[in-house]
Design a protein around this ligand. Structure first.
Ligand SMILES: O=C[C@H](O)[C@H](O)[C@H](O)COP(=O)(O)O
Length: 236
């Protein structure tokens, strides 16, 4: 007897494939982080291997993206060696109807923000469970903080009305440490009426490196859904 396929995995796979199919030969590609983008990286690698596309170079947004890209044979570069990014593919933790995002569930939002904002076209890949009417409805806003500033930053965030929590490791004692060697504070807000201003306000707290609110950045959102037992991709 075969086990029933996990619908969330099916949605992520399908949306990852759809995003990988947007990549054209001779392009510089921002490679995002997370379980959904991992499928896009896999399918880009498979298209390269089969000769369907050629001359792709990737800019990874995290250690995870770098490892996966190497595993699937995607040549990599750095921002010092290029003058543009044609297209970036990345996941998200929440997406509102204006295509504003919360990212950073994998603590990679700082590098992701650099790469995704630089791209001429930024494609977001999500399963339908990530859609919200208002940002912050479910997910907390991840904030990357330099370690010596964590207490004053958490105090400043509490004064703004947020509930800050230091992100702790899983299968690792102590806090999560980012690819930059910093800490992550997850901040739950009862309401985020103005994401544009909240993004700026959080980044203005001394000691904050970057937060996971992405506004006016996504060009297209590919949404994986399961209809009649089959995965389909919608576009926003
Ligand atoms: O830091 C991680 C990233 O922002 C991810 O893109 C985001 O958390 C979505 O990840 P997933 O596709 O695994 O839900």
């Amino acid at each position: 007897m075969t086990a029933a396929a996990d619908p969330v995995k099916l949605m992520k796979q399908e949306v990852g494939r759809a995003a990988a199919n947007l990549i054209q030969s001779n392009s510089i590609v921002g490679l995002g982080t997370g379980s959904t983008t991992a499928y896009a990286i896999q399918f880009i690698g498979e298209r390269l291997k089969s000769g369907e596309i050629k001359d792709i170079v990737g800019v990874p947004t995290s250690f995870q993206a770098e490892v996966l890209s190497k595993q699937y044979g995607i040549p990599l570069t750095t921002l010092d060696a290029i003058d543009h990014i044609d297209i970036a593919i990345d996941g998200a933790d929440e997406v509102d109807p204006q295509k504003n995002l919360i990212k950073g569930g994998g603590a990679a939002h700082t590098r992701e923000k650099v790469v995704d904002y630089l791209a001429n076209q930024f494609i977001v890949v999500i399963d339908s469970g990530k859609l919200v009417d208002k940002l912050g409805s479910v997910f907390a806003v991840p904030v990357e903080v330099i370690p010596m500033a964590v207490t004053p930053v958490m105090n400043a965030i509490a004064k703004l009305g947020g509930k800050p929590e230091l992100r702790m490791g899983v299968k690792k004692a102590g806090p999560v440490v980012t690819d930059q060697g910093n800490l992550v504070v997850d901040v739950k807000f009862d309401d985020i009426p103005d994401p544009v201003n909240l993004e700026k306000t959080l980044n203005n707290i001394p000691g904050v490196l970057e937060n996971g609110i992405f506004v006016n950045c996504a060009d297209k959102v590919l949404i994986g859904e399961v209809k009649d037992g089959k995965p389909v991709v919608q576009e926003m």
